[in-house]
Design a protein around this ligand. Structure first.
Ligand code: GLN
Length: 285
């Protein structure tokens, strides 16, 4: 079978599971994983015959994709801020929007230009903490998560990517202390109210860890409240909170931070959605 024929078969097989644009890049990732050919090579060699063993593996992986299992879990890895991160079902798959949150922190750090203490709350795969440590090597970075299995993945990523991080296993909703004061507290906490599951892609709701995604309909800002309260005690002078947020929660979240004594500003992501928040205590300005 030629590469082109395989691609056509896969497109046909997966047409009901994915949108056409997404499907092309998923198929290219799958083929690169099995054959080692990057997209350029795939374009140049589209008429080449693919080894029989590779064809079998590609078909087996495509069968997993049909079930809705995300390609990143099938391959066990994804890209974030230019680095490859291991992922498994214990961690959320890092999203491009979250890269924009990291960019914002870096932008701020470049203005401040001093070694800082940073903590990432709900680190998951470690993508935020590890990227920050690599891009801001003079900063001290701590990463916290409730899940031992997630921390295992994050620690492996930190080892592979050579990032020196302090780890804490803790439930942030139960803790009322942090080990130090921080110049930056960053978090991409769970923020999707359960009622939204009805409109979500099967890839997300069936395969990604609920604990990293969902909050109750009654108290969707619970993590922002808890971290905001900790910030009152554990933000260093002029310290900043950086959060990823739900695009629909702008008003409620601004009201919450104002009430808790913060100045807050919101940034939109590349899709034009309210997606990030930065806040600092009114008293520290
Ligand atoms: N942005 C993710 C999604 O839409 C959710 C991330 C989160 O809950 N922190 O699936």
């Amino acid at each position: 079978m030629s590469l082109l024929e395989i691609k056509q078969t896969l497109k046909h097989k997966l047409a009901d599971t994915y949108e056409p644009i997404e499907l092309n890049s998923i198929i290219a990732m799958l083929i690169e994983h099995v054959t080692g050919w990057d997209t350029l090579k795939q374009a140049m060699r589209k008429n080449d015959e693919i080894e029989e063993t590779h064809v079998i593996t590609i078909n087996e992986l495509a069968d997993e994709l049909i079930t809705g299992k995300p390609i990143q879990y099938i391959l066990g890895k994804t890209w974030f801020m230019g680095n490859e991160f291991l992922v498994n079902k214990s961690v959320l798959i890092p999203r491009p929007e979250t890269e924009e949150l990291v960019d914002w922190v870096i932008e701020y750090a470049n203005i401040i230009q001093k070694p800082m203490q940073i903590i990432d709350i709900g680190t998951g795969s470690g993508c935020i903490a590890i990227s920050l440590k690599r891009l801001l090597p003079s900063c001290t970075v701590t990463a916290l998560d409730i899940s031992e299995a997630a921390l295992e993945v994050a620690k492996k990523n930190a080892e592979i990517l050579n990032a020196d991080i302090e780890w804490i296993q803790e439930d942030i909703l139960k803790s009322n202390s942090l080990p130090l004061s921080y110049d930056i507290i960053v978090s991409n906490p769970p923020y999707i109210p359960f009622r939204e599951t009805a409109n979500m892609q099967v890839q997300v709701k069936k395969y990604e860890p609920s604990i990293a995604l969902f909050v109750t309909n009654e108290d969707p800002l619970i993590f922002y409240k808890a971290i905001g309260r900790l910030g009152e005690k554990y933000l260093a002078p002029k310290g900043q909170l950086f959060f990823e947020i739900h695009h629909d929660q702008r008003k409620a979240i601004l009201a919450l931070f104002d009430e808790m004594g913060y100045h807050a500003e919101i940034r939109q992501d590349m899709y034009g959605k309210d997606r990030m928040l930065r806040a600092s205590l009114k008293t520290s300005n």
